[in-house]
Design a protein around this ligand. Structure first.
Ligand code: ADP
Ligand code: ADP
Length: 227
């Protein structure tokens, strides 16, 4: 479980991006952070893997303060997927997925074998494995981004607007794939979106962020729709 305990983030220019946030993200679930632009969703997400340090308060993973986790352990435990996929442009699709496991000590051969399996899992044909990211469609790049994050087999996956750069039909397809993968792999997923429909479709729990860097609601989609 991931717990925010009175977390505030004030940027050096004085902007309070997250104001006294307390909530719990369940293990093995998809928790969605939703809300308009600028209300602190990305900041909250990035504090989970310490890309951003809170100004005050604590974030606990399975009861341990993330500030006590060695950096290398955090990278292994928490995968990260961003809008536009953030792929390495000068590496092939296969090597984008295989690189991190190789850095972690897997042999190149094994890592490439595993990468092919992961690409299949996210619905990318093996014939595209030798291409470079620029030679793929947006939807295909996003699939590679998910495969790359899964390559280290992290129990937790953070996804920041993973589907917002693709057209609606592809988005639909990627959302289905994510739900299928989640059913298979049971990861703890925290996903940021500004799209309430996406939040309701994907979330086991939905955290609604509002103006003023506040948490307005935290509920299941069924409860949100009933409210
Ligand atoms: P969201 O993901 O909901 O769009 P962000 O977490 O990106 O929100 O941003 C929350 C607020 O913090 C916004 O007002 C944004 O302008 C501000 N902000 C984000 N990053 C920085 C930064 N590095 N320095 C100063 N202000 C920032
Ligand atoms: P999507 O619906 O997934 O966004 P696109 O319409 O962007 O798909 O692309 C359709 C097909 O064209 C894909 O199979 C993709 O591999 C191929 N493609 C797109 N851009 C390029 C490119 N720059 N070079 C080679 N093939 C490309």
């Amino acid at each position: 479980m991931i717990e925010f305990d009175g977390v505030t983030k004030r940027y050096p220019d004085g902007t309070v991006a997250v104001d006294d946030l307390s909530m719990k993200v369940g293990t093995g679930q998809i928790t969605v952070f939703v809300g308009p632009s600028g209300c602190g969703k990305t900041t909250a997400l990035r504090m989970i893997n310490r890309m951003i340090q809170p100004t005050s308060g604590r974030i606990l993973i399975d009861g341990d303060d993330v500030t006590t986790r060695p950096e290398a352990q955090l990278r292994r435990e928490i995968g990260y997927v961003i809008q536009g996929a953030g792929l390495f442009p000068h590496r092939t699709v296969l090597d984008n997925v295989a690189t991190v496991p190789v850095l972690q000590g897997t042999t190149r051969r094994e890592a490439r074998q595993a990468a092919l399996g992961l690409l299949e899992r996210v619905g990318l044909p093996a014939t595209l494995a030798k291409r470079y990211p620029a030679q793929l469609s947006g939807g295909q790049q996003q699939r590679v981004g998910v495969a790359r994050a899964l390559a280290a087999d992290p129990p937790v996956l953070l996804m920041d607007e993973p589907f917002s750069a693709v057209d609606p039909v592809v988005r639909d397809d990627l959302q289905q794939e994510l739900l299928r993968l989640q059913g298979e792999l049971g990861k703890t997923i925290v996903l940021v979106t500004h799209d309430i429909d996406e939040a309701i479709r994907l979330g086991d729990e939905v955290a609604v962020f509002a103006e003023g860097a506040r948490l307005a609601q935290f509920a299941s989609p069924a409860d949100l729709l009933a409210a």
